[in-house]
Design a protein. Structure first.
Length: 596
């Protein structure tokens, strides 16, 4: 009896369902058949048939989004990258193409494809603040994706596809709202900023609830293989095992891997890296023109005075660079303009004790600046702009030089706008629109060397030269990139009888960097800087050389060392089993080639 009761209790419960069949369409069709019409227009029938036919999907592996891109024509390596992410990586990948190969386009293709397939609706895109509106514009115009820039708190929940800066999203009150949402897709641009597990950025992205995730970075490893481990663990926890396991299996030193083939195989499951040197797409040419100029007597006296002052302070410090930061800054600024060095000297004067013997020497230099009436670099720049007679971007390291140039060009009836760090997102976008549509010149500090795309301009003037070659390459990469249809003209100003003359010689003749692609430059500098920072080496040369001839000799020696490294790398691409080789060996969907 008890067993019978138990069986009764577990019997399925059947509910009666009300079924209703819609028959109106059949009744109307039957009436038309019996009455011989009326029938719809044949053209309308053909259109309806074609509409249904266009919606048919013949194979799941084909990219459906390509039929919905309007005027955008993605390149082969971008399409193949998107296919790999969809079919092999299941929507979680690091897009690690070298600079200028279109990681944004690849991310847009992947997002569009998932949207068309009905797999993605809610999407969060985290980018640097200066790139928010650029991302929105590209998604809107190139992909027809209705992305919006975050402005108000209510938009987190109301907008399906929202682009925001990391800094905004991770701080209160936004953080709590964002953490409470579930995202079908998360895209993070400049993802190398997540390399440290201890940062709030890493923790924030790790805690976000997301189904698919794309991390975009041209430099997935910068200083330590641990950075690569952290990025991949953020994307796919456990892919490389635990941290101790990863270290014992794949790491010899911070920048030296082991078991390279196995590591490449593991990376290829989550990372795609297209390189410019592997064939397929050609860039326009770089045409480099070096413009040497001679300082006025007063300007040369200022340069010599600052250099002697810095050299004396360096000697008194016993060559201790840790206490020489302001002196290094002075030496670099005096190569840019009197305005740049003036501010640093005044601040240094204020910080120096009133009874210090150094104080009068600083004031002598300040008074010397006041006596200078001309600016040889500005005059040369103005003549260049007039000769070019087209849009020009000018790069300078210093805001004081930027302000001087803005006023100087305005006095000579040349329209120009600034672009620098410290501007809010809206103002940066406004400056870019003005440059694109109304004014001839954009004057940018180093903030303009990151992230922005300026393919509509193909003329660039380096008003002053950074001592770090990678920063020069970042500047050039703003205009010399995919989408540039003209050869790019690069004008380098350098003043005779200054360190700037020697730096240009090093960059142009010894490193030959204006013809290198960024991957080659990375590898060369990595080996060179094992002996110390290139910038520090240059500073020591100036401080310790007894004459201009001695500086030239030391620069030649440094250039010879760089040439040897370059030849060694070119002859043995797998040199040293460095992490750069490991990344490059991961490869992409299809190589792409940079032109001469």
């Amino acid at each position: 009896m008890r067993q019978h009761d138990q069986q009764e209790n577990i019997r399925p419960i059947h509910k009666q369902l009300d079924m209703h069949f819609e028959r109106d369409w059949f009744t109307e069709l039957d009436n038309r058949v019996r009455g011989g019409g009326p029938w719809d227009d044949w053209t309308l029938y053909q259109l309806a048939y074609e509409s249904e036919e266009s919606g048919l999907i013949s194979t799941f592996d084909d990219m459906q989004c390509l039929a919905h891109l309007g005027t955008l024509e993605p390149m082969a390596h971008q399409i193949d990258t998107a296919k790999r992410v969809l079919n092999e990586m299941r929507g979680r990948a690091i897009l690690a193409d070298e600079v200028g190969l279109g990681k944004t386009i690849e991310a847009g293709l992947i997002l569009k494809e998932y949207m068309i397939r009905g797999l993605v609706r809610k999407t969060l895109i985290l980018v640097p603040a200066s790139l928010v509106l650029q991302w929105v514009r590209e998604l809107n115009t190139k992909f027809g994706i209705p992305a919006v820039a975050h402005k108000k708190a209510y938009m987190w929940q109301q907008a399906d596809i929202i682009v925001a800066s990391m800094d905004t999203a991770k701080r209160d009150p936004h953080r709590e709202i964002v953490m409470g949402l579930e995202y079908d897709m998360l895209i993070v641009d400049e993802a190398h900023k997540l390399k440290n597990k201890k940062t709030t950025n890493y923790t924030f992205v790790n805690e976000l609830r997301k189904k698919y995730c794309l991390l975009l970075t041209a430099t997935p490893v910068q200083n330590d293989l641990k950075e690569l481990y952290n990025l991949i663990t953020l994307l796919k926890p456990g892919q490389l095992g635990g941290q101790n396991s990863f270290k014992s299996n794949f790491v010899v030193g911070k920048r030296t891997p082991k078991n390279e083939i196995q590591l490449q195989q593991e990376l290829s499951k989550v990372m795609i890296r297209n390189r410019r040197g592997d064939g397929g797409v050609h860039y326009t040419k770089r045409i480099v023109r070096n413009i040497p100029l001679t300082l006025s007597d007063d300007e040369q006296a200022l340069y010599d005075g600052v250099t002697n002052f810095v050299r004396t302070r360096y000697s008194e410090s016993g060559g201790d660079l840790s206490s020489m930061l302001s002196m290094i800054t002075l030496q670099r600024e005096v190569c840019s303009s009197r305005d740049a060095v003036f501010i640093t000297l005044v601040n240094l004067f204020k910080k120096t004790a009133e009874d210090s013997p150094v104080r009068p020497k600083i004031w002598e230099l300040v008074e010397l600046i006041r006596s200078i009436k001309s600016n040889s670099k500005a005059e040369t720049t103005m003549r260049l702009i007039q000769d070019i007679n087209d849009k020009v971007i000018i790069f300078t390291e210093y805001r004081a030089s930027q302000e001087y140039l803005l006023n100087y060009l305005k006095e000579h009836k040349i329209t120009a706008v600034p672009y620098r760090g410290g501007m809010n997102r809206g103002k940066k976008d406004w400056m870019m629109d003005l440059f694109r549509n109304r004014v001839q010149v954009l004057i940018a500090t180093e903030a303009g060397g990151e992230g922005i795309n300026l393919q509509f301009c193909h003329n660039m003037i380096n008003f002053d030269l950074p001592w770090n070659p990678m920063r020069v390459e970042q500047r050039i990469g703003r205009v010399h990139r995919l989408g540039q249809t003209h050869d790019v003209n690069i004008y380098n100003l350098s003043t005779r009888n200054t360190i700037e003359e020697h730096i240009l010689s090093l960059l142009h003749e010894k490193i030959n960097m204006f013809e290198l692609v960024i991957g080659q430059l990375d590898t060369i500098l990595e080996k060179i800087e094992k002996r110390g920072s290139l910038e520090t080496s240059l500073f020591r040369m100036v401080m310790e050389a007894g004459s201009g001839e001695e500086i030239r000799r030391k620069i030649d020696e440094l250039g010879h060392s760089i040439s040897e490294v370059r030849e060694e790398i070119e002859q043995n691409p797998q040199y040293g089993a460095k992490f750069q080789d490991i990344l490059d060996a991961v490869g992409g969907s299809q190589g792409v080639e940079v032109g001469p």
